[in-house]
Design a protein around this ligand. Structure first.
Ligand code: NI
Length: 183
């Protein structure tokens, strides 16, 4: 396994439409292992393949949330989604979100669904379906967006609405660091 460099905005791959995976071969398994290690190293609650420069429909998610209990997976904390598709969304809410591809920024006003149902395949190619709420649902919407070339700040009226929470580029300290889920 290897920790891969995380691609940052404005790398074009982050805006690329990803390709559906037809065959889950050894190279895909290696990519999945590397993505999991990279996500934990960051650390993040999710990571999409485009964020390691690969335009394929794979994401990994590890959202520590009670809603994860609904996951039908042998290792409920960590899931691998291949060819994910959100088949149902319900409710609306505003989430506080950050992205590993845009470090030190976040927004408290990212519109998301209360609940989502996602289907796809696990790394063995078996069909999986998750009903998610809370951070799990947020992570699913954020990662599936990545696979469609969408970034969370696309939902904001203006990029000026982003909050700096880490050291800013000019060396000035941003506002006090708070725990924000990065994906
Ligand atoms: Ni992200």
């Amino acid at each position: 396994m290897a920790i891969l460099p995380i691609v940052k905005v404005p790398e074009p791959v982050l805006r690329q439409k990803t390709k559906k995976i037809k065959k889950i071969d050894a190279s895909i398994q290696k990519l999945i292992d590397d993505m999991i290690e990279t996500m934990y190293d960051a650390p993040g609650v999710g990571l999409a393949a485009t964020q390691v420069g690969v335009a394929l429909r794979i994401c990994v998610i590890h959202a520590n949330d009670p809603d994860m209990r609904s996951a039908q997976d042998s290792s409920p904390g960590l899931i691998v989604l291949i060819n994910p598709e959100i088949v149902k969304r319900s409710g609306t809410r505003l989430c506080t979100e950050g992205c590993l591809s845009l470090p030190n920024y976040r927004s408290d006003e990212v519109p998301r669904s209360e609940k989502v149902v996602v289907k796809g395949q696990n790394r063995d190619g078996r069909p999986v379906r998750y009903t998610a709420g809370g951070l799990f649902a947020e992570a699913i919407e954020h990662e599936v967006d990545h696979l469609n070339g969408i970034l969370y700040f696309d939902y904001l009226d203006s990029i000026d609405k982003l909050t700096v929470y880490g050291p800013a580029e000019d060396g000035e300290a941003g506002e006090e660091e708070e725990v924000t889920a990065g994906h």
